[in-house]
Design a protein around this ligand. Structure first.
Ligand SMILES: [Mg+2]
Length: 237
């Protein structure tokens, strides 16, 4: 491995772990005093959240402004309840964001693993989609910049995975040919299939051991349960 491109959310950082509880708690904290049934609102928000993010083109547009997206999700939930309130939606979204930040953590062993890769002389690029202020705050909060020669954030760069230009830009700045680089991440298309098409080797993080999605033609070069497993000499089955 001459160089490594690394995904951030749900690869290094447990980003999704607190999402359900954070929405539920935000609804509980703010709905009742506004005269809205908190449990029903939490259900409405869950439905609206899936509907919102399942739309691929909307996902691409909205993920570079997460506070705006969360406010829309909360607003859609309130509308679904027949209790529209942009003001309450904004407060719920802010409360949700604060709760989520409070529970977000790097996965165990991540700084140590990144440090060992640096010590082994493997140049690394962090390649992450999403909102520039959210992603920069994550990088600063968890002191990740010190491990990476290159950081590519969709909201700063102007393009996101799986667009080829994103991986090419990271490789160019590392000064590494695609054939010499690996990419690791939890998204089978963005972090494995798209880089593989360019000649990189792709490592898929299958944290829940769900196995490859049914019907997929993607064949990762390696499957790991967590990022730290990269340092194991024996590939997992
Ligand atoms: Mg990810």
């Amino acid at each position: 491995m001459k160089a490594l491109l690394v995904d951030l959310d749900d690869t290094l950082l447990d980003y999704s772990g607190g999402v359900e509880d954070s929405w539920r708690s935000a609804c509980q904290a703010l709905a009742t005093t506004a005269g809205v049934d908190a449990v029903a609102l939490a259900d409405a928000v869950r439905i609206e959240r899936r509907r919102f993010w399942d739309d691929v083109s909307r996902h691409r547009i909205e993920r570079v402004n997460m506070m705006g997206a969360w406010t829309k999700v909360a607003a859609n939930g309130l509308e679904r309840m027949g209790a529209p309130s942009p003001e309450l939606a904004a407060r719920i979204a802010e409360d949700f964001a604060a709760r989520r930040w409070a529970v977000m953590r790097l996965f165990p062993g991540v700084p140590e693993a990144l440090g060992r890769l640096c010590a082994a002389g493997v140049p690394m690029a962090l390649v992450t989609n999403g909102d520039k202020s959210q992603q920069r705050r994550k990088i600063e909060t968890y002191d990740l910049a010190r491990f990476f020669e290159v950081i590519v954030i969709e909201g700063e760069f102007g393009a996101g995975k799986p667009e080829e230009i994103v991986y090419r830009h990271a490789l160019e700045r590392l000064g590494i040919a695609a054939a010499e680089a690996w990419m690791v991440g939890d998204h089978i298309e963005w972090d494995v299939a798209a880089p593989q098409r360019l000649g990189l080797r792709g490592i898929w993080v299958d944290r829940d051991r769900t196995g490859l999605p049914e019907g997929t033609a993607v064949r990762p070069h390696r499957i790991v349960r967590e990022f730290c497993e990269l340092l194991d000499p024996t590939p997992s089955p």
